[in-house]
Ligand binder design. Structure first.
Ligand code: CA
Length: 268
C-alpha cells in the first residue's frame, strides 16, 4: 500500500509531495485529495483570480506564496469535509510539502513531516521543520536531535491536513539560482537517511534522476521501512528563458488579458 502521492508541473514550477494516513484506504484518499486540491485551488486555468483567498496573516509574503498557502488551506478544508461526511474516512489526514518556483523565488508551504531542502553552494539547507512531537521536544530542549532520531514515537504528528477545520500552514520564501536543487520528500526518505548522507547524493551527482535514484537506494539500503517519495528539481538558467520566449510567441486569444497569459505561462 502506498499512501504517498506526488505532483510534478515543471512547466509551472509547481512540485508537491503528500504522505497520507488513516485506516482502510483513507490515507491514499487524503494524500490524493491534498495534491488535487492544491492544483485546483491554484487556479492555473484561464480566468483564475490572482491573489484570491489570501488571509490577513499572509501579509508580507509574495503574491504567489500567499496563493500557495491559501491553496493548501483550501485543500485542508476539502479533506476535512470529506472525512466528516464518510465515517470510514473519519481518521484520514495527510502531510504536504509544496514548492512553487516563480521569478527566481521558491515559495515553500508545508504541514506535517514531509520535507523540503535546498542544495546551494555545496550545502543542503532544510527549508521545513517537522510538525511532529519529536521535533517539538527537540525544539523545547527536552531531547537532543540524536535522541529524537531514535525516539519510538517519531510518527506522532502535531499538525496534518484534514484533521481540523482550519490548519496553520508554514511558509518560506527562498531565492533560487541556476545550479541549485530543491529536494521534496516524504519521511520514508528522511527517517532512513541522515542529512549528511542526503547531501552526499547532491555532491556526487548533477542529474536530478540520478540523485533521486541514489537517495531511494540509500533509503532502501538502510531498511526502507516506508514508502519513499523523492522529487529533485534542478534549477536551470535556460528553463525560464525558454518559457519566456514561448510566452512571447504565444498568440493572445481574443478577449484575454496580458495578466492571464502571464499566469498560464509563468516565467519560472
Ligand atoms: Ca510515510
Amino acid at each position: 500500500m502506498n499512501e504517498d502521492v506526488y505532483l510534478l508541473r515543471a512547466e509551472k514550477g509547481l512540485f508537491v509531495v503528500c504522505d497520507g494516513m488513516g485506516g482502510a484506504a483513507a490515507g491514499e484518499v487524503a494524500s490524493q485529495m491534498g495534491v488535487n486540491g492544491i492544483l485546483q485551488h491554484l487556479e492555473f486555468a484561464r480566468g483564475g483570480a490572482s491573489g484570491a483567498h489570501a488571509e490577513s496573516h499572509d501579509r508580507g509574503w509574495l503574491a504567489h506564496t500567499k496563493r500557495l498557502a491559501a491553496a493548501v488551506r483550501r485543500s485542508n478544508e476539502a479533506i476535512y469535509e470529506q472525512a466528516q461526511r464518510d465515517p470510514s474516512q473519519a481518521d484520514m489526514g495527510t502531510t504536504v510539502v509544496a514548492a512553487w518556483i516563480k521569478e527566481h523565488v521558491a515559495s515553500v508551504a508545508h504541514v506535517g513531516d514531509s520535507r523540503a531542502y535546498l542544495w546551494h553552494d555545496d550545502r543542503l539547507e532544510p527549508l521545513t521543520r517537522d510538525h511532529s512531537l519529536v521535533e517539538a521536544r527537540v525544539h523545547a530542549g527536552l531531547l537532543t536531535r540524536e535522541e529524537g532520531s531514535r525516539a519510538p514515537d517519531q510518527n506522532v504528528l502535531v499538525r496534518v491536513l484534514g484533521r481540523e477545520p482550519e490548519v496553520d500552514v508554514d511558509v518560506k520564501e527562498v531565492p533560487v539560482q541556476p545550479g541549485d536543487y530543491l529536494l521534496l520528500c516524504s519521511d520514508g526518505l528522511t527517517r532512513m537517511v541522515p542529512e549528511p548522507a542526503l547531501a552526499t547524493a547532491f555532491a556526487r551527482e548533477r542529474d536530478p534522476q540520478r540523485i533521486c535514484d541514489q537517495l531511494i537506494d540509500a533509503a532502501n539500503g538502510r531498511g526502507g521501512a516506508d514508502n519513499i517519495t523523492v522529487i529533485v528539481v534542478e534549477v536551470r538558467d535556460g528553463w525560464w528563458r525558454r518559457l519566456s520566449s514561448r510566452w512571447k510567441r504565444q498568440p493572445r486569444p481574443t478577449g484575454s488579458t496580458g495578466a492571464q497569459d502571464a499566469e498560464t505561462y509563468p516565467q519560472v
